[in-house]
Design a protein around this ligand. Sequence first.
Ligand code: AMP
Length: 188
Amino acid sequence: MKNYILFGPPGSGKGTQAKRLESDYGLVQISTGDLFRYELGNKTELGQLAQSYMDQGRLVPDEVTVKMLARKYNEHRDAPGVIFDGFPRTIAQAEALDHLMDQLDEEITALISMDVDKDELVQRLLERGKTSGRADDANEEVIRTRLQVYENETSPVLSYYENQGKVQRINGMGAINIVFQSLAACVR
Ligand code: AMP
């Protein structure tokens, strides 16, 4: 089974591209953000716990996130592959993911990093906020916090996988179709 990590800052297009990889290649998208939003929409205990972090643009604690991710991954063991979207977002999550892979005799196939011009992200997210219905896209301060959290906590994850020789980089700046072609070349 293929296990890809789609990596990039908020607003880099991970969700959009992961959905296309799902429809064109049968890879299952596992988005921790979507999972949290689902829990939130259903007002579950997990959703209520996650909400305060999400509303502030902060990360939900690792333990909770890893547990939710592992449960979802186990539901898709018969898929040809998965795309982790928005996970791992901390070194501790990356270590927990490696541990999970080991336990299941799986391994991370590659981390695909979508490189984007950071200056454009705030604008993209504010634009998305007009229609996404996401509270964390509608507020510029929250967006700036998310980008800061990405710099501080998430970007080290890239070096973690670079040390394992698993990083592939693509240009995430072009039109959706062009970016998808670069991505498709990485997963074929
Ligand atoms: P996203 O949809 O990936 O932008 O995630 C939206 C929000 O969900 C984030 O700002 C976090 O509050 C939370 N979240 C999503 N994925 C994770 C993760 N891997 N670790 C911690 N929090 C997460």
